[in-house]
Design a protein around this ligand. Structure first.
Ligand code: GLC
Ligand code: MG
Length: 721
């Protein structure tokens, strides 16, 4: 359905290689289970009757080494469900650890995408720390509810690495773990609900977080694609092709197959499995062991931990003389995986997962759906699965003897085998189907969406920037404030006109001083706050800082050099700490003694300093980065949000307003302005109001018919002169 009445859900999953088909699983550590999951989730969500649109947002990759589909801006997964690829830093592929510096720009680009399309999602769902960060940023900007799925957690990883003896510095350097944990905390700060796979994940993993709020956690067990995993057919016309990769290893491939499928990761504990098998004589006689652990061409070319795992497999096979009894195929494709389970089921074998920890255990569900009983580590995922599906037995991954016995028992008792097989199949369909997963998800999401509507804030204050096609931007002192009656009238007008018109302020005050004057005059928080004479931009009630702008104005900014160069200039007295910020150095000008702006600029240039110098009321002198000023900040905003300068009405009274009054903006100079603005009289698009303070702004709004058709009163050619 796509009549626009259903929910629009946006999934964000930044890293890895995301495409709709032929997932490149295991090509690198960032393209694994999470990527499969988000793609399947998007496809399953759009099937739900309450959902009419799903976007799966990921990073756009234009990399000659990769398939060109990763550079496509859109890829359809199903009608109504698309992969949307957004620029994020360099265009080439990057490991997830290198993406941190680019996530703010990713968020901004995503925001622009939303603005251009004019529809805001009802829910944004971040996957993993990086996308959790992005989702939290958008959710607080737009005021839309957010969901978070950690997939794996930084604090857990750090703990484990420390236990293994990795140093704090090494962990930091390799994994940027502090940044990751901070992103996770920030995501938890903002998330309306957190999706976890198991209860254990909540109790043992999320509990490590400062923001641990079990009430917001929803256990939604992972789902398995039941159309891909089915029990073996009664008979095969041709045996599946993976059988040919296995058979050469084995004396008699038709014996019960003990199957292990995992990444070649030491934590999957494969060596313990081979020991268990090798040391149990009866088991070795009656069964085969098939270990499928990733793909390889040359073992020496694998990364260190994978290489160690594969070498161990070879070592133990040799140590226990398992020739003819163990297979470890070198390569397989993802399409072979369902056949592996089927072959194991056909031989009345068993699937084994001996991992040291197993929070998830998707392979166990795939086995269940294939009618293959399981023997698995007694940990979070497997515990929930065995409890619901009753399709096998749990083991202690460190007790090789017990593992051997459990495997032998699983293949020996035929009655039990049949019961496990049938009940696993039933359980997988009942509890772990995508439709069960999605219906639980949509129920939780709908509750979050309803609650956020109830709060009467369908979109946050800042989100008005998405719907607005024009904005009124006012200086504060002596413009917006000064006359109570005018101010009240202006506020009422802005309220009445609706979400088409946004409201912003542009002031010399710091953010802090701005907030206090807004409060003092009971002015609702504007959607746009340009403060410190245009050296900082914040959005809306959540006061989100525009970090892109900060990056942008850093250019050539050398505050220490400036302070040094200005130290002995007579006639200027540094303002107190409230006048100074990281990007603004301000002075009070001593009448009759202060140098002119031109003199100050010349002095700075001769000291090899590039900066912007602005004087106001003949009393204040501000030194800013060359890319800052109210006018620059406003244009930066206008470009980013796609509101042209000619749709910005700006009002001011003094020198620091000059840069935003000139150019294509629709300028309004209030009647009570400082004489220093007189020189602008007669310039195009600058209206000198008669009335004072906010009444002057209102006069300007009427002059331009700014809430209506917008007219400039000037022949077109004037603006081109
Ligand atoms: C505000 C600021 C001050 C600045 C002046 C002119 O009063 O607080 O620091 O110098 O505006 O821009
Ligand atoms: Mg002013």
């Amino acid at each position: 359905m796509s009549d626009g009445s259903g929910r629009y859900i946006m999934l964000v999953s930044v890293h890895g290689r995301v495409r709709g088909s032929d997932m490149e699983l295991g090509v690198d550590p960032d393209t694994g289970g999470q990527i499969t999951y988000v793609v399947e989730l998007a496809k399953a969500l759009i099937e739900h009757s309450e959902v009419d649109r799903v976007d799966l947002v990921t990073r756009r990759l234009v990399d000659p080494k990769l398939d060109s589909v990763y550079g496509e801006k859109f890829e359809e997964l199903a009608p109504g469900a698309n992969i949307v690829r957004i620029e994020c830093g360099p265009r080439r592929y990057l490991a997830k650890e290198s993406l941190w510096p680019h996530l703010d720009s990713f968020s901004d680009n995503l925001l622009r995408f939303l603005r251009n399309q004019g529809r805001v999602p009802d829910l944004i769902h971040g996957h993993y720390a990086d996308a959790g960060y992005v989702a939290a940023r958008l959710s607080s900007l737009l005021g839309i509810p957010m969901a978070f799925t950690g997939h794996s957690l930084g604090r857990v990883k750090k703990q484990r690495l420390l236990e293994q003896g990795t140093t704090e510095e090494a962990i930091e350097k390799r994994y940027r773990i502090t940044r990751r944990i901070e992103a996770e905390e920030y995501a938890l700060d903002n998330a309306n609900f957190v999706v976890t796979s198991t209860h254990q994940e909540v109790e043992e993993q999320y509990a490590l977080y400062d923001n641990y709020q079990p009430g917001r956690m929803t256990v939604i067990p992972p789902a398995v694609d039941l159309s891909r995993f089915t029990p073996p057919p009664r008979s095969w016309r041709n045996l599946p092709k993976i059988q040919k990769a296995i058979a050469p290893f084995l004396e008699d491939w038709a014996k019960p197959m003990i199957l292990a499928v995992s990444r070649p990761d030491p934590r999957k504990n494969i060596s313990a499995l081979i020991k268990a098998f090798g040391e149990n004589q009866e088991l070795r006689d009656r069964a085969n062991l098939v270990v499928v652990a990733g793909n390889r061409t040359d073992i020496n070319q694998l990364d260190r931990s994978a290489r160690e795992v594969v070498n161990e497999i070879l070592y133990y096979a040799d140590l226990y003389n398992l020739y003819g009894k163990i297979a470890y195929p070198k390569n397989h494709q993802s399409t072979d995986v369902p056949h592996l389970y089927q072959l194991a089921a056909k031989t009345k074998g068993v699937f084994v997962n001996p991992a040291l920890t197993e929070p998830f255990g998707l392979t166990l569900l795939e086995s269940a759906a294939s009618g293959l009983p399981i023997v698995a580590t007694s940990d979070g995922g497997p515990r929930d699965i065995v409890a619901l599906c009753k399709n096998g037995v749990l083991i202690d991954p460190l007790d090789t003897d017990a593992i051997g016995k459990a495997l032998l028992d699983a293949i020996s008792d035929r009655g039990q085998w049949n019961r496990w097989s049938r009940s696993g199949l039933r359980g997988a369909h009942r509890h772990y189907s995508w439709s069960a997963h999605v219906s639980k998800f949509v129920n939780t999401a709908s509750a979050a969406i309803r609650n956020s509507h109830k709060r009467q804030r369908p979109l946050s204050n800042a989100a008005r920037l998405i719907t607005a096609d024009r904005i009124v931007v006012c200086d504060i002192d002596n413009t917006l404030v000064g006359d109570k009656g005018g101010l009240r009238e202006l506020i009422r007008m802005l309220k009445d006109v609706g979400s088409r018109v946004a409201f912003g302020i542009a002031t010399g005050r710091s953010l802090e001083l701005t907030l206090s004057v807004l409060q003092e005059w009971k002015i609702p928080t504007p959607q746009l706050l340009i403060t410190s004479v245009g050296s900082a931009i914040h959005y809306g009630a959540p006061l989100i800082e525009d970090r892109g702008f900060e990056q942008h104005i850093r250019y050539r900014w050398r505050p220490d050099a400036i302070r040094e160069a200005m130290a002995d200039v007579p006639g200027l007295k540094p303002q107190g700490p409230e006048g100074q910020t990281e990007y603004k150095i301000s002075f009070d000008m001593i009448e009759g003694e202060a140098p002119s702006v031109t003199d100050v600029i010349r002095h700075l240039r001769r000291s090899r300093i590039q900066a912007k110098v602005i004087a106001s009321h003949g009393a204040y002198l501000d030194i800013l980065p060359i890319r800052a000023s109210k006018g620059m900040a406003l244009r930066y905003f206008a470009m980013d949000w796609g509101v042209g300068p000619d749709r910005c009405l700006v009002a001011g009274d003094s020198g620091n307003d000059e840069e935003m009054l000139t150019g294509n903006t629709l300028g309004v100079v209030v009647g009570n302005h400082d004489p220093e603005l007189e020189k602008l009289r007669g310039e195009p698009h600058i209206y000198f109001a008669e009335k004072h303070y906010a009444w002057g702004i209102i006069e300007g709004i009427e002059h331009y018919d700014f809430f209506g058709q917008i007219r400039t009163h000037e022949p077109e050619f004037i603006s081109n002169v």
